[in-house]
Design a protein around this ligand. Sequence first.
Ligand SMILES: Nc1ncnc2c1ncn2[C@@H]1O[C@H](COP(=O)(O)OP(=O)(O)OP(=O)(O)O)[C@@H](O)[C@H]1O
Ligand SMILES: [Mg+2]
Length: 321
Amino acid sequence: MSSISTGASTPAISFQDVSKTYVGARGSVHALDNVAFDIQPGEFFGLLGPNGAGKTTLISILAGLARASGGAVKVHGHDVVADYAAARRSLGIVPQELVFDPFFSVREALRIQSGYFGVYDNDAWIDELLENLGLSDKANANMRQLSGGMKRRVLVAQALVHRPPVIVLDEPTAGVDVELRQTLWQFVARLNKQGHTVLLTTHYLEEAEALCGRIAMLKQGKVVALDRTSALLAGTASTMMRFKLDAVLPPDLASKARVTGRIVQIKAHDAKEVEAVLARLHAAGCQPEDLEIGRADLENVFLEIMQGESKPLPLKVEAAA
Ligand SMILES: Nc1ncnc2c1ncn2[C@@H]1O[C@H](COP(=O)(O)OP(=O)(O)OP(=O)(O)O)[C@@H](O)[C@H]1O
Ligand SMILES: [Mg+2]
């Protein structure tokens, strides 16, 4: 088994100016552009970004499944290319894509994966994984008989079967039911408390906000934000108004609002701005329902960073007609 604690100076993961260009018949895609940051042992780290930002590409390079076009990646000091076996042993990776061998049972698949890392007589840990991931009654089921969410649970178990010090989860909760999401996070949080480093990508920003101590945001292959989660949230320190509306928002409010069906969210920095928005709605004949005023959450911060909006637009209040 790999040791979890290394010298304080050796990061668990070190991305050193990582670039990646995919060259294809129809031109090239710059998926990563000089990505550089370290993740320290014991961190719970979030890697966020919209579809196509480069998250899976970065994880594929970390896993040795893709080659960087430039730069280097190290896991506990082991270069993922030059020292592949040692780097890979330190990693447990839950891939975004569901990949499985249809000929084996769940337990067989886990034993094979364990043996691949040279870990035998591992049934006690395999049972613990099955139990914690709600798979105990599926241990002897064939992989192809499992539902999508259950297959994903097996992928999580496979990633953890050799007790890697660094756990990488690429959207582990996509398509997973609420109950398992909660048990999965309890389990991963416990492993993190025991000293395992966790790198997580997810589109569920409330999960990232609750779990991650630090977060990096990728946009078109570049790191556009990297800070403690609390600092990212404090950085915008703004208030959000949320309400339901059946009418169409006046254009000046619509341009700064986030609308999901009937639910409207608008940033307002202080009580005066809240009043200004309400006055504007009133002037336009709009009747907001279920008005709530709350702190901006990570989703608001994420959208603000991705839209490259640095300063809020000033709100002009027009005289009521
Ligand atoms: N094998 C490949 N060949 C060519 N282009 C690729 C390949 N894999 C990824 N890309 C491109 O690289 C970019 C980054 O893709 P990547 O899968 O890393 O994004 P992602 O952040 O994981 O997105 P998602 O949130 O959808 O999973 C995209 O433009 C994608 O089309
Ligand atoms: Mg991805």
